[in-house]
Structures are given as C-alpha cells and as structure tokens.
Unconditional design. Structure first.
Length: 403
C-alpha cells in the first residue's frame, strides 16, 4: 500500500464569531479560497496537481450549503479541473477530510489531495441547518438527546470533575495559547487573511483572553444549569439514560467551553511520488486513522474509544505517543481523556486549544493536526495523536509520525 504524507498544513487565524469579529466580512467561500491559494503558492503547485479538494464544514446551510468544496475551488486559483467534495462529521469534519484524503492516497486513488475545512460561525450560525438529530422527536426522544453543554456536564458528573477542575484547565489553556503566540510558535502555519482589496485584516487569533484567572472564571454562572433543571429540563432526559446520577453537576460556562469563531485550515496530502514530482519534502506520515460512534446522550466521550481504535490500527500503545492534541470542546472532554489514559498534561495541548483560541467546527480537525505537526517538529518528537469528540456521539483520531 502507498504511504500518505503531509507536505504542508496551514490555517487562518481565528476571528471572533460575532458581527464585530475581524473575519465577519469574509464569506466562507472566500476564506477557504485564501487557504487553498496559500497551499498552492507555498508548495508551487500548478495545473491539475491534486486529485481533489475534500472540504469539511458542520453547518451546511446558506453560503456554506451546496457543494462548498467545489465552489471554493472555483473561487480559488486552483485549476477548474480539480473537483471538490464537501463532507460533514460535525466537529471532526476537517479531520475526516484529512483522513479520507490520506486513505485515498494509500489506496492508490490519486497522488495528492488538499483537505481541510471552514466554518464562519459569525455568518452561518451553529444549528441553523435544523439538524434532525436535535429537532426531530422521533430521533431525539428515542436516543435521549440533550444539548452538548448538558453532555459536558454529564461527563464532569460521571467522572468526578469539579468546577475548580474545569476552570483550572481553562485557565491553563489561555496561558499556554498566550505563551505560544508570544513565542511565535504559530508563525509557520498561520496565514494572514485579507479583504477584497488585498489589505490584511487578521493575522492573530483574536478570541483569546490572556490574563484569565480562577477568580474571573469563578464569577461566571453555569451556562447550562437552567437548560438542564427548568422543567421540562434536559437533566430529566439525561437521567433516564443515566439513572444512577442523583443530580447533574453543572460546571461549564463560556470560559471553560470552546469559543465560537470563524476559521479555516488546509492540509496537503500526497504520495512519495507526488513529493518527488514537485520537489517537496514530506513532513510527516499519516500512520493510522479511526472513527467511531458512541452514546449520543453523553455524546462527547468519543476521543477515548477513537484513540483505542487508532492505536490498535497503528500497532501502538498510548505510551508510544509523544504528543497529543485533544480538541477542547469543553474542559471535561479533555480531562476525561487524560484520566482514561493517564496522560500527563505536559504532553497534551501544549500550545493551548479551542477554549482559548476557538473552535471553528468544520476546520478544527485540520487545525489540530497542523498544530500537532508543528509542535512535533519544534520539539523533535516522533509520534503524535490528534482526536476530537463529535456531536451526536462520535469520535475521530489520527496518528502521525515525523519524517
């Protein structure tokens, strides 16, 4: 089987997902096209250089509807003979795009792909597609559906994470992200986004709140308490599935949950022959990929079984992994991962994560793969694992090895 390599990985800075965010004026198509152009220019690609663009986004409605991947290709400087495939695995869409591209290369279906994703959450609101899993009672009631914030609080309750635990994790994410930007660790991968006139409008993640401390977070009210407890609250639904829980401890709020942002990322995946053709050096090999379905009520525990599955596919154990990126959808998600595998925090999300910098749903999976790769190179580490929890109860994971 052909090996699949990462030749480049780029991302946009993440803009606040509000009308006053710096990227609000940039459409999903335009933001993605800038990423495709950046990959093309930096790697010296021309003509029909890649087989396809596989592009993830979670809310496939309005300007993010249709085949957004194909529209983005047409809006970019790529050859029009390159098609485009839009995919949706909610929060793992960007990772699934990379994994699918890698497995296509491994299977001989083309020498190279550009994979990644986009989410402009200031322009296309999360949930505006009216997803059936949340609104169709014939599905939601049968599977004890609750909103993600309630699921995060169930994890905290089930696995014993206190308000101080989740807030402390969030403070550390902010500190690490600020230190990473100060140390210019993202310089290699962050592409300055420009307006329609070519003028720069954002070069730095703008969602971050440096200086956040336990006192600041302690003043925030739990965001999902009323949603859970006010009749007919979702806590009652959750306890039908988890009757051993006397009460759900509501510990999450905006400060220890992922930020709503705009962002995009692109990864160039190819075979050895592709790299030789274009004079490119591979940066990492994609060793294994995995995806899995999990309980849709607690919903966000997918990184644990996805990691078990990807390690088995790679013929590895958790101790073989040097660095980890676990998407910070909520503090309890990452705390549960560290608890399950006894992973030291010094090896995980060393540059902060989505709590500090934001979670542009369809792009985050590709973002954390690129962040992991950069940090592996910076530290001279050999192996890395990236994983995400996914809405409606799924998980995805990728193992990469430095070349």
């Amino acid at each position: 089987m052909t090996e699949a390599y990462i030749y480049d990985a780029l991302r946009s800075p993440r803009g606040k997902g509000r009308k006053d965010g710096s990227l609000h004026e940039v459409t999903s198509v335009a933001l993605g096209a800038q990423m495709l152009n950046a990959i093309r220019e930096r790697s010296g690609l021309d003509g029909h250089a890649v087989e396809d663009v596989i592009w993830g986004n979670a809310t496939q409605a309005f300007e993010q509807g249709g085949c957004l991947a194909r529209t983005t290709v047409l809006a970019s400087d790529l050859d029009e003979r390159i098609p485009g495939l839009s995919i949706n695995r909610f929060c793992a869409s960007g990772m699934e795009a990379v994994n699918l591209a890698a497995n296509q290369v491994k299977g001989g279906a083309g020498e190279a792909y550009i994979a990644g994703g986009v989410e402009c959450m200031s322009r296309v609101a999360m949930g505006s597609d009216g997803a059936a899993v949340a609104v169709d009672p014939t599905v939601a009631m049968d599977h004890y559906f609750v909103p993600q914030g309630i699921s995060a609080d169930i994890i905290a309750t089930e696995y014993g994470f206190s308000r101080d635990d989740v807030d402390s994790f969030a403070v550390e994410s902010q500190n690490r992200a600020a230190a990473a930007w100060e140390d210019r660790r993202f310089d290699k991968s962050v592409v300055t986004i420009r307006d329609v006139n070519g003028l720069p409008i954002l070069a730095h993640d703008e969602y971050m709140r440096p200086g956040t401390d336990m006192q600041t977070l302690g003043g925030l009210k739990p965001a999902f308490k009323d949603l859970g407890e006010v009749m007919p609250g979702f806590d009652s639904v959750a306890k039908l599935k988890y009757p051993h829980l006397e009460a759900i401890n509501h510990v999450h709020h905006a400060g220890n949950s992922s930020g709503i942002v705009d962002g995009s990322a692109a990864v160039l995946i190819g075979s050895k022959e592709f790299g030789e053709k274009y004079g490119l050096k591979p940066r990492a090999r994609i060793r294994a990929t995995a995806k899995i379905g999990t309980d849709p009520t607690i919903m966000l525990t997918g990184p644990v079984p996805a990691t078990e599955r990807v390690l088995k596919a790679a013929g590895m154990e958790i101790g073989d992994i040097d660095l980890f990126e676990v998407n910070e959808a909520f503090s309890s998600v990452v705390l549960r991962f560290m608890q399950a595998f006894d992973v030291d925090h010094s090896k995980l999300n060393v540059n902060g994560g989505a709590i500090a910098m934001g979670h542009p749903l369809g792009a985050s999976g590709a973002i954390i793969i690129g962040t992991l790769l950069d940090e592996m190179e910076r530290q001279g580490k050999s192996t890395g694992l990236a994983t995400l929890c996914v809405a409606s109860g799924m998980g995805a994971a990728t193992v990469i090895e430095l070349v």
